[in-house]
Structure formats: structure tokens, C-alpha cells
Design a protein around this ligand. Structure first.
Ligand code: SF4
Length: 292
């Protein structure tokens, strides 16, 4: 069984910078992170081991530190101000590419377009963007389009982790709405995500028959990487760690491709890679010892 690692995978610079900031020694036992800093359980465990408190947004009343961190996914200005108004020092780890998305959404609004964010309405990144706009709509799929009724000039941005083809399809569907006169689309999908999606296409071009996608269960970009493989009719599994590997996935497989989402640490990828190598070696030994 061949094993090929994707050329681009794992932690992106935005997530890494946020982790590095949270792990600075001076923050030990003095920092609260609001929401998952990254959608990865192993990294969240490491943060907790380093004395970083992680709470959900509805637990803001329980913050017991003076310093609080906004995650790489960002937050609205109103949320940051609300934290400052409580006397907290806010450390902002918003990824520069999420800041770019915020700026472009506001630009479209300023220029008189009705802003539409293609993404998941309940995702923290999307909530942050919407929170900075007076009026806006979130479109996840075509069933959301009737909500755009009455808006003839529509400006579109995307959640940073989307698949470009999906967003382009929705842009075309919006253009075709009978009441829409003009559409301006600004591509805000981030380059590290595009690199990871492109690397999957390379794997698919190499005829993998099994895709292993490593990342947190709640990681949107990891789910999309798995879907890219499934959409091509290839078996793919999204899991969090080497212990999740199921030997049954590998039965009869010739070529395994491994990739990982933008919040998956390199040591977790290396651990999975080693475990798959052991499974592959076991298969070879097993077939070598078959009688006849
Ligand atoms: S996935 Fe993209 S936008 Fe999100 S943190 Fe990473 S680099 Fe930034």
C-alpha cells in the first residue's frame, strides 16, 4: 500500500500565530480565551495544560483573568468593546486574512452593495463579520436565496474556509435572481485553505483510493477537505488522532492520501503517518505470508 502526504496541509500561519500568542509564558494562568482558539482538541488540551482558560461566549460572565483573547476567527467590534467595557485587556489574535474579510465586507456596504456572506451562519468567523455590518445576509446554500428578495445590488464575500467552486456556483445563482441588477463578488477564501484544497486535487490526480483527513470534528475547513475527496467518489475519513484509525478502512486499498485541516498540528499528522506506515507494513507482511 502506497502512502502519499499532501503537499500542503496542517496548521496555517493564522492559527499558529494565535497559539504562539496564547502560549507566551507571561500569560500562564492569566489569560482567558473566548471560544475555541483553534478547532483542534489536542491544541486545546495543550493550552489548558499551560494554564490558559478556555470558555464559550455564553460564559463571559465567568471570566476570572484580566486578559482575554479573541481567537484567529475574529469577533465583531461590538464584542471586543463589550469585553473592554468589563475592564478586560483584550489581546486580538484575529488572523490577518479574517481582518481582510471584515474590511472588504464593510467596503461593499459603504459602496452601497447589500452585503452577503457565503458561509455558515452560526460559525464564529461569520458571526464576527455580520456583527460589524448594519444589514447583511448569510447564504449557505440555494435555499437561503429567497431572503435576498428586494436587494438589487448585492456584494458578496465568503467565509475564509469555503470551497471556491461552491461559492462561485452561489454567486452565479444570485446573479440569476430576477430582482438582482448587479453583483460584485470579492474572493475572500484564504490562500492557505486554497493551497490545502489544491493539494487534495493533486492527490486525487495520483489515483488515491482512500483519503485520510485529520482535524477536529468541529473544524469546518477539515470537513470541506473530506468532502472534496468524497465528491470524487473516493472513500474518505475525517478523524482527530491516530487512535481513531480503523484497520477496516485499509482492507484492499492500494494508495492512501493523507491531509489535514488548517488547525491540525504537525505532530498529530506525524503520529497518524507513522500509524498508517505500521498498518501498511502489516498488510505487506500479511500478504507475504499468505500460502501459495
Ligand atoms: S484558515 Fe486562513 S483565515 Fe483562517 S486562520 Fe488560517 S490563514 Fe487565517
Amino acid at each position: 500500500m502506497r502512502i502519499t502526504l499532501a503537499q500542503a496541509m496542517g496548521t496555517c500561519f493564522g492559527v499558529q500565530d494565535a497559539i504562539d500568542l496564547a502560549l507566551q509564558p507571561e500569560f500562564r494562568d492569566k489569560l482567558t480565551v473566548v471560544g475555541q482558539l483553534v478547532h483542534n482538541p489536542q491544541t486545546m488540551e495543550r493550552l489548558r495544560e499551560n494554564g490558559v482558560r478556555v470558555i464559550e461566549r455564553d460564559q463571559i460572565d465567568s471570566i476570572a483573568t484580566e486578559a482575554v483573547m479573541v481567537t484567529a476567527h475574529g469577533a465583531s467590534d461590538a464584542t471586543k468593546q463589550m469585553l473592554r467595557d468589563r475592564g478586560l485587556t483584550v489581546y486580538d489574535a484575529t488572523c490577518p486574512l479574517v481582518i481582510r474579510l471584515h474590511k472588504l465586507a464593510r467596503f461593499l456596504e459603504r459602496e452601497g452593495w447589500f452585503p452577503v456572506v457565503v458561509g455558515e451562519a452560526d460559525h464564529v468567523e461569520v458571526r464576527g463579520v455580520i456583527g460589524n455590518l448594519k444589514f447583511a445576509a448569510v447564504v449557505h446554500d440555494e435555499t437561503d436565496l429567497p431572503a435576498l428578495a428586494g436587494h438589487s445590488r448585492i456584494g458578496i464575500v465568503s467565509q475564509t474556509t469555503n470551497r471556491l467552486e461552491k461559492v462561485q456556483k452561489l454567486v452565479e445563482a444570485i446573479r440569476a435572481l430576477p430582482w438582482v441588477e448587479s453583483v460584485r463578488f470579492i474572493d475572500t477564501i484564504c490562500q492557505p485553505v486554497k493551497d490545502r484544497q489544491g493539494a487534495i486535487n493533486v492527490l486525487l490526480g495520483q489515483d488515491i483510493d482512500l483519503g485520510l483527513v485529520i482535524g477536529g470534528r468541529n473544524s469546518a475547513n477539515t470537513r470541506k477537505l473530506r468532502d472534496l475527496i468524497l465528491d470524487r467518489g473516493i472513500e474518505a475519513h475525517h478523524f482527530e488522532r491516530a487512535a481513531d484509525l480503523d484497520p477496516a478502512w485499509f482492507v484492499g486499498k492500494q494508495h492512501v492520501g493523507i491531509t489535514a485541516g488548517t488547525s491540525t498540528p504537525q505532530d498529530v499528522i506525524a503520529e497518524v503517518h507513522r500509524a498508517v506506515q505500521v498498518i501498511a507494513a502489516g498488510q505487506t507482511a500479511g500478504s507475504a505470508s499468505l500460502p501459495g
